[in-house]
Design a protein around this ligand. Structure first.
Ligand SMILES: [Cu+2]
Length: 336
């Protein structure tokens, strides 16, 4: 009898770890990073608003999210056969594009053609057959002054706008800027609006058939876009959760590394409503090419509507999303 009892006890003991591990709460704790990705995949088909709605504390007056914006072909996205810098929609982007297209390219072209012409001229005019007795001239002061001064002037002409662009890119955002915290994960992005009280929501790539159905470029379309206001300064605070990623949108002229344990900051202003696409630009693992970025820039009023639809306050300051999630009904104890 004792033998049977101890066999039963041993059997029960052996089952305990299996039961504990399969318990949903424990399983969730064991994989906290995978959880948001799975959640988001489930809401792929839903409106972009849904990711943060779950955490919205005030469900009484629910604001509908503005309709998902349609992208314009060739704007904010690369086109087949394109080799130039994309059209720019931020002040620093326009300045940079001007430096590249209207300053550097003409200077490079003129210098290259000039050097090529000189070489061809020398090869023909001073070839052995045409010029059997070469000149022994070693110095010419005038020519030496010219070939020193002219390159200096060219470099100064390039340096002045370049340095002013660098300074402009490093300018910190003003106090009233909209702050977004962006976190790179293997392999998706997380967006959070701490001042508006919108907790982090996850942005995953859309499958090809879904992107096609939406009229969006494949490999660039995402389920939940980063929605930002037009014409208002925006402070991007960027970090990585696991490895180094890079947050880059070519048509808005920024690329900033998302480094674990470090916050990188960049101020931007978007000049026109639209959908602007980008990609992770730092090799970060097997699905590096499948974590695109889509920014939806909306006029201020529409952006405020979107913030409200996410349970946030467009004018709010410092509403801590973590505290909101932990205590969803702060008024309840007072009523009792
Ligand atoms: Cu990445």
């Amino acid at each position: 009898m004792n033998i049977v009892k101890s066999l039963l006890a041993a059997g029960l003991l052996a089952l305990v770890p299996a039961v504990v591990v399969s318990h949903p709460a424990v399983a969730q704790e064991a994989a906290p990073v995978a959880a948001p990705a799975a959640d988001s995949a489930a809401t792929n088909a839903a409106a972009p608003a849904d990711a943060a709605n779950a955490a919205a504390p005030a469900a009484e007056e629910k604001v509908a999210a503005p309709e998902r914006m349609k992208p314009t072909l060739g704007i904010g996205m690369p086109m087949p056969g394109e080799y130039k810098i994309q059209e720019q929609f931020s002040p620093t982007g326009r300045q940079a594009r001007w430096i590249h297209n209207d300053l550097l390219l003409p200077i490079i072209t003129v210098i290259s053609l000039f050097v090529l012409g000189l070489m061809l001229f020398i090869m023909v005019r001073f070839r052995r057959a045409a010029n059997p007795n070469p000149s022994k001239t070693a110095h010419n002061t005038l020519i030496e002054i010219i070939w020193t001064v002219v390159p200096v002037l060219i470099l100064v002409a390039i340096a002045v706008p370049s340095i002013s662009l660098i300074a402009e890119q490093y300018k910190p955002a003003p106090k009233d800027a909209v702050t977004v915290k962006i976190t790179g994960y293997q392999w998706y992005w997380g967006y959070e609006f701490p001042d508006q009280g919108i907790p982090e929501y996850v942005s995953n790539i859309l499958p090809p058939e879904k992107a096609l159905e939406n009229g969006e470029p494949n490999l660039l379309a995402v389920d939940n876009r980063l929605v930002l206001p037009v014409g208002r300064p925006i402070r991007l605070i960027i970090t990585g959760a696991d490895v180094i990623h890079s947050f880059a949108v070519p048509s808005l002229w920024f690329k900033l590394d998302a480094v674990p344990g470090r916050l990188n900051e960049r101020a931007i202003t978007i000049e026109k409503p639209g959908v602007y696409y980008g990609q992770c630009s730092e090799l970060c693992g097997i699905k590096h090419g499948f974590m695109p970025i889509a920014i939806e820039a909306r006029p201020e009023a529409e952006w405020e509507q979107w913030v409200r639809s996410q349970g946030g306050d467009p004018k709010g300051k410092g509403a801590a999303p973590a505290a909101t999630a932990a205590a969803p009904a702060p008024a309840a104890p007072a009523k009792i």
